[in-house]
Design a protein around this ligand. Structure first.
Ligand SMILES: *Cc1c(COP(=O)(O)O)cnc(C)c1O
Length: 492
């Protein structure tokens, strides 16, 4: 499979090179030259288990990686790491279905990809004949960081650095990262928000181009992050088919709590591979830059950044939208390059009418602020006995509005992206229960209320010593990475 940059067809790469590099040298994102058909009969879709299904999709999307290595990556990456037998259960809730993507080692959907990415990078490294270690840079809005640390800790020939916004993640998310053990891990807070950290990482890529350090990325700018996410859409659809919720070939709609546009883009890729996906509904919190874009065709990041109860969606520059612009314009790289230039220089862009119409044909959207999300958490808990985290609740509220609008004609799947226990204080507030000062007390209290088990890895955090205390300015990131890259070992 040939990969190209969204910004220029002259930037070509194999899938192994694309996984290894993360970002294209011209600052664009890698996209496959054509989106491959899934090549799955209905019989195969319904009979393959999730491991085989995931390996099948990965082999289509990353076709020049050795098939046996991809199969081993899926098997070894997922086996024994999930709390549930079914990696991603599809649960009926109040007339819809919730796809639970958070039963992995760090209790967020990022695990679905980051359990596999270290192995995909190692395989890519080998395929490209790379000898030196790979330095994996990660900006996180809260969940990618820990999932990357867990995935890469003590993995051979790789080192991982995580930058998170100081004060911009939940107490438990922070604890998950700053207590991370491993000789090849480094965690650093950035005085700024996620967008500052993400821009900093892209800056580092630009400045290190040509230097003797192999950089890669664990963010969803890396195609190795997106590809595994495509697979669970197929799995969820198969679940609906098996339960008799959709008929053969009939579409299902997916509602996705969105930040960097990676999760929902994976749904779009699944659709282009042939999965019967109806409408993809993009749900935003108060940072509603995507809602406005999908309604008006204007992307304008010049707005107030809101800190919300769904911090992993507190993002104003959604990187993967660039890939959608590319695919929906039939690969118009010069147009994408121009729009991205405008975004960088003026903070906004407007897409041509025809492109907007095409995008609106596939996507619906909506937003929900904290009050609306908390209302959904409480109502669904009280009426259904089902607990959803604040990110999932944003999507649920948007799903309710979408259904009320009469546009929802298909069975709907709401993607659930995190365990409620990662956000216990917000959950208690939503349920109208006094919130203790300490996040871990809140976790125990939430357990007392709901009886639902606390994921063991989260409960254990309380006892762990803090190992990472550095805080830097965003502009200091390149120097910081340079200095760290020079150290032979990061003793911890
Ligand atoms: C990362 C994240 C999101 C947003 O996903 P994107 O792929 O960035 O759109 C939503 N919810 C949770 C819990 C997350 O960790």
């Amino acid at each position: 499979m040939q990969y190209l940059s969204t910004r220029s067809h002259d930037e070509k790469a194999t899938s192994a090179e694309a996984v290894l590099r993360g970002l294209a040298p011209d600052g664009g994102l890698y996209v496959s030259e054509a989106i491959p058909a899934a090549g799955l009969s209905e019989e195969a879709l319904l009979s393959l288990d999730q491991y085989a299904l995931t390996a099948h999709i990965l082999k289509k999307l990353l076709s020049d990686l050795p098939a046996a290595a991809v199969e081993a990556a899926v098997r070894d990456g997922y086996s024994g790491k999930f709390e549930t037998e079914d990696l991603t259960p599809t649960v009926p809730v109040a007339g819809a279905h919730v796809l639970e993507l958070y039963h992995g080692p760090t209790s967020a959907f990022k695990d679905m990809a980051l359990c596999l990415l270290p192995r995909l990078i190692a395989t890519s490294s080998q395929a490209c004949g790379v000898k030196e270690d790979v330095l994996v840079l990660t900006a996180t809005s809260g969940d990618t960081g820990k999932a990357a640390l867990a995935g890469f800790a003590d993995a051979p020939h790789t080192r991982v650095m995580v930058f998170y916004p100081e004060g911009g993640v939940s107490e438990v998310q922070r604890a998950q990262m700053v207590t991370q053990e491993g000789k090849n891990v480094c965690v650093c807070a950035v005085r700024g928000n996620f967008d500052d950290a993400q821009r900093g990482v892209k800056d580092v890529f630009a400045r290190f181009a040509g230097k003797n350090v192999r950089l890669s990325s664990a963010n969803s700018i890396n195609i190795g992050r997106l590809a595994p996410q495509v697979a669970y859409y197929f799995k969820a659809y198969a679940d609906l088919r098996r339960a008799g919720i959709v008929q053969s070939g009939a579409p299902a709609d997916f509602v996705v709590p969105t930040g960097n546009f990676g999760n929902i883009l994976a749904g779009y890729i699944a659709k282009r591979m042939g999965l019967p996906v109806g409408t993809l509904v993009c749900a935003s919190n108060e940072n509603d830059v995507l809602t406005e874009f999908l309604q008006t065709g204007v992307y304008d990041r010049r707005r107030t950044f809101h800190k919300t109860a769904s911090p992993s969606m507190d993002i104003l520059v959604s990187s993967n939208l660039e890939r959608l612009l590319y695919f929906a314009s039939d690969g118009n790289a010069p147009l994408v390059a121009e729009l991205m230039r405008q975004l960088a220089e003026t903070g906004m862009y407007r897409v041509p009418e025809a492109l907007l119409a095409r995008i609106q044909g596939e996507f619906a959207c909506g937003k929900a602020d904290d009050t609306a999300a908390f209302d959904a958490i409480r109502r669904i808990w009280e009426s259904e006995g089902y607990l959803m985290d604040p990110h999932t609740a944003v999507a649920w509220r948007v799903y309710e509005a979408y259904r009320a609008s009469g546009r929802c004609k298909n069975p709907a799947v709401v993607l659930s992206t995190a365990s409620p226990y990662k956000f216990a204080p917000a959950m208690l507030e939503a349920l109208g229960i006094p919130v203790p000062e300490n996040g871990f007390d809140a976790m125990e209290q939430l357990h007392g209320v709901t009886g639902a088990p606390v994921p063991a890895a989260l409960a254990a955090l309380r006892q762990k010593p803090v190992l990472h205390r550095n805080v830097i300015d965003p502009c200091g990131m390149p120097a910081y990475v340079e200095q760290k890259a020079d150290q032979a070992q990061w003793a911890k």
